[in-house]
Design a protein around this ligand. Structure first.
Ligand SMILES: Cc1ncc(COP(=O)(O)O)c(C=O)c1O
Length: 408
């Protein structure tokens, strides 16, 4: 019989745009005993999680709960529920994840209108609002923070244009939630999807979402309860165009998260413990203090990279504070640098996708990974590895600049 070794993951400093390091309190929470999914002790934890999510999303929405699965499951749940085949959907694209919204919308049967911006920049909000008024889509899907390019799309005024034309406004805030403000109600966003494994510093496996009454009425109009849960004499409406997915059917999921607790899937108990503890940590720190912490460490990282003589990628006016993209210097093998950082320093930074593959590195400063220790270690190691690769740089300047930024 083959003997498998004990699990012993190597210690890592994870400076990617997700997944990032997880607070030991969250890891501890995941090791607690399982409760039954209808145990009042467990349903109380579900309700508390909903309350904390409302604070995180800055919303008064009744519905704020996690979908089981990675962030993409939350995106699919929202889009498959709100898009009916034949609906016109507008997706402004400025990076990889705008393409993902397009791809999923098309699979939901939408007629997708896209608007494309060169990677590294974002749209003017008026530009998007004008296209909404011109095309009058049923739904607008937009990425808040594009991790592929490190850019953040301003959202002001877009929700207003959607209300004027009757469109639903859906925002992918997977990479920003918990690190940068997501003001759901103020911005008139109808549905928002967040991510766990980025600024919340919870492992991947759940997608927190919230949606308002406008979105809910669309979901309710397509509601179909499973045959096995219906009373014997219930009739099905022959004109109903039900949500195409069962697992990701928000009209059923919200019943499960409501006091009715209508049975749907079996809740992922340990992930719920993890999310609840992650949210508790966020709220204990305070949203504003947490956003300020992300800005502080980003400033030190940027100061160090620039002092080293490296070029940052993209328009600085729309840079995400939680992701910093660096141009790989000419003649340097970006993957070899990443491997040396991982193999010899235990530090992980990311490459990018599509047209940016091999052109930039992406360094995340997210959640529990966003710390002075991690920023200083990353700058020191990157400098050493670049020198080892024969890159001429101003040795010793990066850490001094970062230390100065920290006021050390
Ligand atoms: C902006 C954005 N949207 C969606 C996703 C997809 O998330 P997941 O991999 O958790 O499904 C990611 C993941 O990197 C992302 O950065």
């Amino acid at each position: 019989m083959k003997a498998y070794k004990d699990l012993a993951p190597s210690p890592r400093t994870i400076m990617t745009p997700g997944p990032v390091e997880v607070d030991p309190r969250v890891l501890r929470a995941m090791s607690y005993p399982i409760l039954g999914q209808f145990d009042p002790e467990f349903t109380a934890l579900m309700n508390e999680t909903m309350g904390m999510l409302r604070q995180l999303f800055k919303t008064e929405n009744e519905w704020a709960f996690p979908v089981d699965g990675t962030s993409r499951s939350g995106i699919e749940a929202v889009l498959v529920g709100l898009i009916e085949p034949g609906d016109k959907v507008l997706v402004p694209i400025y990076g990889r994840f705008g393409h993902l919204l397009t791809e999923i919308s098309k699979r939901c049967g939408a007629e997708v209108v896209t608007l494309e911006k060169e990677w590294g920049s974002v749209f003017g909000t008026e530009e998007i609002a004008a296209v909404i008024r011109q095309h009058k889509p049923a739904l607008v899907a937009l990425v808040h923070g594009e991790t592929s390019t490190g850019r953040m799309q301003p959202l002001e005024g877009i929700g207003q244009a959607c209300r004027e034309t009757g469109a639903l406004f859906v925002v992918d805030a997977v990479a920003t939630i918990g690190g940068i403000e997501v003001a759901t109600d103020r911005l008139l966003i109808d549905a928002v999807i967040g991510g766990t494994q980025k600024c919340l510093s919870v492992p991947a496996g759940m997608a927190p979402i919230t949606y308002n009454k406008r979105a809910e009425s669309k979901l309710q109009s397509r509601k179909k309860i499973e045959r096995g849960l219906l009373m014997a004499d219930s009739e099905e409406d022959p004109l109903l165009r039900p949500i195409q997915s069962n697992y990701l059917d928000l009209s059923q999921l919200q019943d499960y998260w409501s006091p009715a607790r209508l049975n749907h899937h079996t809740e992922a108990t340990s992930m719920l413990y993890a999310l609840r503890e992650g949210l508790r940590l966020v709220l204990e720190e305070g949203l504003d203090a947490r956003f300020a912490r992300h800005r502080e460490h980003e400033a030190a990282l940027v100061a160090g990279l620039e002092a080293m003589g490296l070029q940052l990628y993209g328009d600085p006016a729309c840079k995400m504070t939680v992701v910093t993209c660096v141009e790989i210097p000419d003649g340097i093998d970006g993957e070899s640098v990443r491997s040396m950082l991982l193999d010899h320093f235990g530090i992980e930074i990311a490459s990018s996708f599509g047209p940016l593959k091999g052109k930039i590195w992406r360094i995340g400063t997210m959640g529990y990974s966003c710390s002075k220790r991690n920023v200083l270690l990353t700058l020191g190691a990157l400098e050493a590895v670049l020198l080892r690769h024969g890159h001429e740089l101003k040795a010793g300047c990066a850490l001094q600049a970062a230390m100065a930024a920290y006021g050390m």
